[in-house]
Ligand binder design. Structure first.
Ligand code: CAA
Length: 296
């Protein structure tokens, strides 16, 4: 696999493009918005600076990494030579199905089509293409340059050969791949989201406050962030949508989203991205304060 295209230049897309480019792959970064692409290049440059500052990359390697990335607002142009496309667009089923229909007609027949979806069925995405054996999940974690895991999800028809290629490729990126089958939430979010939901229930029921819940889980379980901070970091809208996928996919009430989470999302309090969630993110991630609503 030589040429890679990444669809979507948001948080996940720019992180994925960064990691491929830093590992020597020519990357086409595709987004419908030129402004979003420019913002993504700025973010990648800043994140590369952190690595340079630590002495793990030279200035020349940083420049080479940036040169490995070409931006496109035209999908057809951006993907036509790709051996692998990683889709990291907004988490919306209809949008993803449209993108995969397009990718199927715009790319070489041999190209592997991967999705970074956190919870949409790979089998469903594959069903709109003429190459379901070459459609796979490549679920990176945020922040992509830091997190070691790639959850590799096999759709119902994904071939052994394609799975092996994606496992090998993930290792080439310095990541640790782990294989999972295509059932709701795969593994990462099937395990993570019920924990986050339960943390929100403990707040909702007045068992403990925001800081106490996060302190207990952070220091008691050695998690880098407490579950409420992590929910804010992921996006409360994303957490809600994944819980709904689990709830509908298994038909089991244990996955029903906490009503407090539903209310917060409806009120536009989506966590870090909106500035307000369980915490106020107005002063950046290093200076979090509990949101006024949850102050004691
Ligand atoms: N790019 C490059 N480097 C970055 C970075 C980025 N975007 N963000 C942070 N870093 C680096 C920093 O430079 C720093 O490096 P050193 O330790 O070598 O100096 C290191 O990462 C730690 O960063 P900070 O010191 O800024 O902050 P921190 O110690 O609080 O760590 C964190 C930040 C890495 C995000 C940490 O809090 C963490 O691991 N949190 C949990 C993240 C997590 O669980 N992610 C998964 C979310 S779920 C998901 O993504 C999937 C889904 O489907 C929902």
């Amino acid at each position: 696999m030589k040429k890679v295209a990444v669809i979507g230049s948001g948080t996940m897309g720019n992180g994925i493009a960064h990691v491929f480019a830093q590992n020597g792959f020519p990357v086409s970064l595709v987004d419908i918005s030129e402004e979003a692409l420019q913002r993504a290049l700025g973010t990648i440059s800043k994140n590369l600076d952190r690595i340079v500052a630590k002495g793990n990359l030279t200035e020349e390697q940083k420049e080479q990494t940036l040169q490995n990335i070409t931006t496109y607002t035209n999908t057809q142009e951006g993907v036509k030579e790709a051996d692998l496309v990683v889709e990291a667009a907004t988490e919306n089923v209809d949008l993803k199905l449209k993108i995969f229909r397009d990718l199927d007609s715009f790319t070489k027949p041999t190209a592997i089509l991967a999705s970074n979806t956190s919870s949409i069925s790979i089998t469903k995405i594959a069903s709109v293409t003429n190459r379901p054996d070459k459609v796979i999940g490549m679920h990176f974690m945020n922040p992509v340059p830091v997190m070691k895991l790639v959850e590799v999800i096999r759709g119902y028809s994904t071939s052994d050969e394609v799975t092996q290629q994606v496992l090998d490729l993930s290792k080439q990126l310095g990541k640790v791949p782990a294989e999972a089958n295509d059932y709701p939430g795969f593994v990462a979010n099937r395990v993570l989201m019920p924990m986050i939901n339960e943390a929100i229930y403990t707040l909702f029921e007045g068992v403990a406050g925001v800081e106490e819940i996060d302190t207990i889980m952070k220091l008691g379980m050695a998690h880098p962030m407490g579950p409420l901070q992590l929910a804010d970091f992921i996006g409360l809208d994303v957490c809600l949508s994944i819980l709904n996928v689990l709830y509908e996919g298994f038909g089991n009430p244990k996955y029903a989203p906490c009503p407090l989470l539903v209310n917060m999302v409806q009120a536009g309090h989506k966590g870090a991205k909106s500035g307000q969630g369980f915490y106020s993110w107005a002063n950046g991630p290093k200076d979090l304060v509990v949101a006024d609503r949850f102050k004691k």
